[in-house]
Design a protein around this ligand. Structure first.
Ligand code: ADP
Ligand code: MG
Length: 236
């Protein structure tokens, strides 16, 4: 137990540090990005290309900072009735240009109607993290598919990819803080996702075979959508 306490204190310290650095660095980055965008407009040829590269690296820096902020300060959870199939479609639409750029076919194969109580933004964040990982693990012409099944009392949302998969060693480590096998990874995405889903009373599991692919599965208790008020929560 003491070990657990020590771990919690340490996690808190890391979180606060991450949050303050991320926050402080974000502002100057935004200024630099603004100037780069201005200067890019007047350039042609090789120089324009340099600005484009600088801007896309800037974008990457922002994304990393956002991941840290997300990890450090998961925003206040407000549970609402979510129509998961709708949210899944939204996120797949949002990530389609990205997956096209990576030459990966992203699609929804099954989308049952399912309602759960979840924080909309956090739930979206989880889908984005997991689908991005799936696309990143998949080489050209591979597939990432989303399956949403309404089971007895739970909804099961699976993200399957035909990517490189994970060894048993990798599987054991996935979801631990800062664990990443990517050259430019942060090792935060799955950890944040796990935390969010568990906070919502659900489970997040990974199943994987090397060189065949990975299946990530989110289980969440179904909401009773006919109820008008549950646990003091108004439902529209
Ligand atoms: P990052 O994406 O920054 O590396 P994550 O926490 O999102 O951090 O993922 C941690 C690690 O888990 C990845 O580096 C990768 O090794 C492994 N992983 C996660 N999802 C998949 C997947 N769909 N296929 C293969 N490996 C995965
Ligand atoms: Mg990731």
């Amino acid at each position: 137990l003491q070990e657990e306490m020590r771990r919690a204190v340490k996690m808190n310290a890391i979180s606060e540090l991450a949050a303050s650095i991320a926050h402080e660095v974000r502002n100057p980055l935004t200024v630099v990005k603004g100037f780069l965008q201005l200067m890019e407009k007047d350039e042609k040829g090789k120089k324009k290309e340099y600005f484009t590269i600088a801007l896309s690296e800037m974008q990457r820096a922002e994304e990393i900072i956002d991941e840290y902020l997300n990890f450090a300060k998961p925003q206040f959870t407000s549970l609402q009735l979510l129509e998961v199939n709708k949210v899944a479609h939204e996120i797949v639409t949002l990530l389609t240009p990205y997956s096209l750029k990576e030459n990966v076919n992203l699609s929804i194969e099954q989308a049952d109607h399912a309602y759960v109580y979840a924080d909309r933004n956090q739930f979206k964040q989880v889908l984005i993290n997991l689908i991005k990982n799936a696309v990143e693990a998949t080489s050209k012409n591979g597939k990432v598919t989303v399956h949403l099944k309404q089971e007895d009392k739970v909804m099961n949302l699976c993200i399957r990819d035909t990517g490189k998969g994970m060894s048993t060693d990798q599987l054991a480590n996935v979801g631990t803080l800062f664990y990443s096998t990517k050259e430019k990874g942060t090792g935060l995405g799955t950890m944040v996702s796990l935390r969010i889903i568990e906070e919502m009373g659900g489970t997040l599991t990974f199943d994987s075979k090397e060189n065949i692919g990975t299946e990530v599965s989110i289980l969440l208790p179904l909401a009773d959508k006919n109820a008008k008020k549950i646990n003091g929560l108004h439902v529209s």
